[in-house]
Design a protein around this ligand. Structure first.
Ligand code: ATP
Ligand code: MG
Length: 476
């Protein structure tokens, strides 16, 4: 009996329809799933426990379960429950209901956040087809007004609560729809996610074309997960992409920003972009990626940047969205910067103006968060300051909060023949040197172009060099 059960678990799904939307529940015991319970952080475990003790169902779900089963380190732990956000919140000391399109609860454990989402119900595809009009019609047609779709069938809001099997159905890939109960130590699988994991196959739950219509961003997620996991894309999941690709044009810019950041921060950014190209999702999709996506060999500066990013993440470091977007948009900024200088605009003013123009053009398609935009502008605007190696400028640049990011950016520019490698070397040594060493390095810097007023100042000050606190010119 048990053997039959196990056989059933591990025989590949042979049904005629390989992607039935309504799945059949299977439970995997510890010997079958082999998740190492000690890898579940106390924050995730206690969140599940608290919910269960209050009489609700609760599971760790999604990427964490998938990654644990693959022996990878999960990025974060999400919990799914049948408790509504209003029922979840009072169970925890610090918990916040967030989101509109998709309401969830953030449960805080120190600095860790566990995202708790209520089981969502599957949308009734017939209801969605039937409305096929504007959002207002859709909302009035559906009994529950918490689901809304636009005229292309894209889901605008998704707050219809459901059961566990319904929640599994509306997740994207079979390997992302696995639920782990750390208290009972069982994995629940409705869609042969375990089989697909073993076959290293990325397969959309349900009918792929319909799923891309509901949420076109899922096409970008195919590229991201295929690259991150090194999985094959199931033929049906793959084939529906080309005819659906145009739907991405309807996706709001802020949503594209979020998903693009995720794609670039997987540690497999280069592979993800190659996947996007392979899937034909690169034509004008994200204009800032065109320089790298359109040319088969990629644009050198961006390719270098993304390779560095992947290497950083492999070392357990982070890659900030501001640095990533500073790199991705630099190609345009740099060209505009040169053109404006050729017209006679002063370098730093030209750079500011180029940054304004490029960011404004970009905002229409992919909305970069304001905070990120501020940071990335700083990375750019610090670039000309590396040329000014005078005591005043060099030391204040070194103390600048964005120095490290700006310096990494300068190194990338040097590797792409846009900056002098000797300048990078100089700053590398300058950072390592002690105060005395720095002073000696600065004294040895030959008169440089771009030092502007400071050059004059040095000449003037020479006889009085030992005199501290001498007047200094206003910053340029
Ligand atoms: P990562 O480790 O990269 O964060 P993840 O699988 O956790 O991977 P998230 O984007 O964090 O990916 O999403 C969490 C889970 O939510 C997914 O595993 C999936 O089950 C579900 N999900 C997220 N986005 C979608 C979507 N657009 N459509 C359907 N389900 C989704
Ligand atoms: Mg996640």
């Amino acid at each position: 009996m048990i053997r039959r059960f196990i056989n059933r678990l591990f025989t590949p799904n042979k049904s005629k329809d390989p992607t039935p939307r309504r799945g059949q529940r299977r439970e995997l015991l510890p010997a079958q799933h082999q998740i190492d319970a000690s890898r579940i952080p106390p924050s995730a475990r206690s969140t599940v426990q608290t919910l269960q003790q209050a009489g609700f169902e609760a599971y760790i779900v999604g990427g964490a379960v998938r990654d644990l089963l693959l022996g990878l380190k999960p990025k974060d732990f999400d919990v799914a429950t049948n408790a509504t956000p209003e029922q979840v919140k009072p169970l925890f000391r610090r918990a916040f209901i967030i989101g509109r399109r998709f309401r969830i609860v953030h449960v805080m454990h120190g600095r860790e956040i566990i995202e708790v989402s209520t089981y969502r119900a599957l949308h009734d595809p017939q209801a969605v087809e039937a409305v096929n009009g504007n959002e207002r019609t859709a909302r009035t047609t559906l009994a529950d007004k918490t689901l809304a779709v636009d005229s292309s069938g894209r889901v605008l809001r998704d707050n219809v609560w459901g059961t566990l099997d319904e929640d599994a159905e509306r997740r994207d890939f079979t390997v992302n729809a696995l639920y782990y109960d750390p208290i009972r130590d069982v994995v629940v699988d409705y869609h042969h996610g375990i089989d697909d994991l073993k076959q290293r196959r990325l397969r959309m739950i349900g009918e792929p074309a319909a799923r891309y219509r509901e949420d076109p961003v899922r096409m970008l997620r195919v590229a991201r997960f295929a690259a991150k996991l090194g999985f094959d894309i199931d033929p049906a999941t793959l084939q529906a992409i080309a005819p659906s690709a145009d739907l991405l044009a309807n996706v709001p810019a802020a949503r594209l920003f979020d998903e693009t950041v995720k794609l670039l921060q997987t540690g497999h950014a280069v592979a993800s972009l190659q996947q996007l190209r392979r899937l034909g999702l690169h034509h004008g999709l994200l204009p800032l990626l065109d320089p790298v996506l359109e040319k088969p060999e990629g644009e050198r500066f961006i390719t270098n940047a993304l390779q560095d990013t992947d290497a950083r993440i492999a070392q357990g470091k982070t890659a900030s969205p501001s640095f990533l977007f500073a790199c991705l948009l630099w190609h345009d900024v740099e060209q505009r910067w040169s053109a404006l200088q050729a017209e006679g605009v002063a370098p730093s003013m030209a750079l500011d103006q180029a940054a304004d123009e490029v960011l404004a053009a970009q905002a229409e398609r992919l909305a970069i968060q304001r905070r990120v935009a501020t940071d990335l502008r700083e990375i750019w605007s610090l670039q000309p300051r590396f040329e000014r190696r005078t005591p005043r400028y060099a030391n204040s640049l070194l103390a600048h909060p964005r120095f490290r990011a700006a310096f990494d950016f300068l190194s990338l520019r040097a590797r792409s023949d846009q900056a002098d490698p000797a300048l990078v070397q100089w700053w590398e040594e300058f950072q390592q040197a002690d105060a005395e060493g720095r002073a000696a390095m600065l004294a040895a810097v030959p008169a440089q172009p771009g030092a502007g007023k400071s050059k004059r100042r040095r000449r003037r000050k020479k006889p009085a060099a030992a005199e501290p606190g001498a007047g200094s010119p206003a910053a340029g």
